[in-house]
Design a protein around this ligand. Structure first.
Ligand code: ADP
Length: 334
């Protein structure tokens, strides 16, 4: 019943101003009749709009992340080299098996996302990083197909605008983190500020080096506020990138995907691998570890990412809000 829930409690009256901060929080609760602990007279669902303080979950002792076999999780505090992961790995699946298994995972994600949305207490943030042609767009398409678009938001981060550059580097990312009940996907992310920015020398070294700790603090804040973070690095080989770029040149239907700048970036392959390796080492934390996905085989990549998302949502165990007492006896007037 997330639809009713959304209608009753999410919507603002036309022209209503969005107000934030503690005053706004108590004001919002009061307008729902919840501030003084009174039950909302018109609420159909007892737990549909919990007071703000009730919506803030206890920080999880351990993040409820469940990683599919085949993915390599970077151990926090240990140096990590991408060369340790075989981008060709397929977990022993063949393509047809993996496609069938993906359908099962998608159905699980769809069902669990509805519960996450209805519960409206926690959120899931999926971060996707990869070298050009690494498959971020394809992964979003494959894994989130069929999910209620109202319950998820994908943000693709491009070269920052002047306004974004006028703020601290995390500003634009923080503004797009998923609210309670939502799944958010970052297609590129705050990691660009220690990747492309480092490789292209867009800021001095002391500036990007300081960002690893700032990123870890940012992710700790999100985690403590009820967001489970899944960070996937899609790992392809240099030969696979060549094949994918060639396919974009040869196939007229893929021309739109081809950007000549990708050929220039390819010359910095080693510098990017080093930057990825450092980001994964510095920012794999117990509360938001990095997961390296063998991604040369798209069908294997899709399956293991989808399975990890489904298993993690299941471990989060979102629950429908409790129904108000007596709801089953209500009669809808003619
Ligand atoms: P994509 O490659 O993700 O499909 P585009 O072709 O539009 O999308 O590329 C987006 C570009 O934005 C990439 O070249 C990427 O390096 C750049 N970019 C993203 N974030 C930043 C950032 N924080 N600073 C500089 N460049 C960035």
């Amino acid at each position: 019943m997330p639809k009713k829930h959304g209608k009753q409690h999410r919507g603002q009256s036309p022209g209503a101003k969005q107000v934030t901060g503690p005053a706004a929080a108590s004001g919002a609760a009061a307008s729902h009749g919840l501030a003084a602990g009174r039950p909302p007279s018109s609420a159909l669902w007892a737990g549909a709009a919990p007071a703000i303080e009730e919506r803030v979950p206890e920080p999880a002792a351990k993040p409820p992340v469940r990683v599919a076999p085949g993915i390599v999780t970077v151990t926090p505090g240990m140096p990590f080299r991408l060369a340790e992961v075989d981008p060709d790995a397929d977990g022993g699946f063949d393509k047809a098996e993996a496609k069938d298994a993906l359908d099962v995972e998608r159905a699980r994600i769809q069902a669990l996302q509805e519960r996450l949305y209805a519960e409206r207490r926690r959120s899931l943030l999926i971060v996707l990083q990869a070298i050009d042609t690494g498959g971020k767009d394809g992964t979003v398409r494959a894994v989130l197909q069929g999910v209620n678009p109202q319950g998820c938001a994908v943000t693709s981060f491009k070269v920052p605008s002047t306004e974004e550059l006028d703020h601290d580097f995390l500003w634009r990312y923080h503004a797009r983190t998923p609210g309670r009940g939502m799944i958010g996907v970052f297609n590129r992310s705050h990691y660009e500020d220690v990747l492309v920015v480092r490789v292209k020398g867009l800021v001095p070294e002391e500036v990007w080096r300081a960002r690893y700790n700032l990123i870890n603090d940012f992710e700790r804040l999100l985690t403590a506020s009820g967001t489970t973070i899944l960070k996937f690095f899609l790992h392809i080989s240099k030969a696979e990138q060549k094949a994918r770029l060639e396919a974009r040149i040869e196939d007229p239907e893929k021309h739109w995907k081809f950007d000549p700048a990708d050929l220039v970036e390819r010359k910095s392959w080693d510098a990017y691998q080093a930057a990825f390796g450092d980001a994964l080492t510095q920012c794999s934390t117990p509360y938001a570890p990095w997961h390296v996905v063998p991604a040369n085989r798209k069908w294997f990549r899709n399956l293991v990412v989808a399975r990890t998302v489904a298993d993690t949502l299941e471990a989060m165990d979102p629950r429908y809000p409790e129904a108000a007492k007596g709801i089953a006896d209500l009669k809808v007037p003619d």
